[in-house]
Ligand binder design. Sequence first.
Ligand code: GAR
Length: 212
Amino acid sequence: MKNLGILLSGRGSNFEAIARAVAAGEIPAKIALVVSNRAEAAGLERARALGLPALCIPSKGKPREAFDREVIEALKTRGVEYVCLAGFMRVLGPDLVREFPNRILNIHPALLPSFPGTDAQKQALDYGVRFTGCTVHLVDEGVDTGPIILQAAVPVFDDDTEETLSARILEQEHRIYPEAVKLLVEGQIEVKGRRVRLNKGAAAASGRSPAP
Ligand code: GAR
């Protein structure tokens, strides 16, 4: 059984989707720790309500290295092996990324490499794309630049607002994030440069053609 750590900053609905999949036995892992950098994050409450270890490590006014060191310490103390960023609104420093090489996942509400950074749904609406979506990727030292594991496309309608579009994307986030976590902890992901290859069993499960 692998130990998962979750980092979040807000609502925590992606964390809940992962927690549900873990509880249902779909992901062979346990959530060993939930960390928020904001004390008022609803996700912290949700974690506590589920009986999971949850703590706040405030980031405000702290140099990135100091914050990252505290997070690494907390994750290591709980034996965390894989980290899921679930609406975590801070860029990780190199120390944290190097501590968990190719073992940190992020969900981003756009089809990367389009619309990285903040307000991805607004960026997509403003640009006028007909399709956007969400991406689960491995975290490297850039901002939303790591190798892509899964993506889902979502149409943009003429009368969409940021809210309606975000809600349509979120539904897909809750579907592909737990699936990607499962692939990662089961060791079904092979990373070669930027490209991620799923093994045959994983490819069949996700409806993709298997690698030759
Ligand atoms: C999600 O839409 C996630 O994709 C986005 O924040 C939201 C968090 O919702 N993340 C980013 O924009 C990261 N750059 P949640 O707290 O309910 O999971």
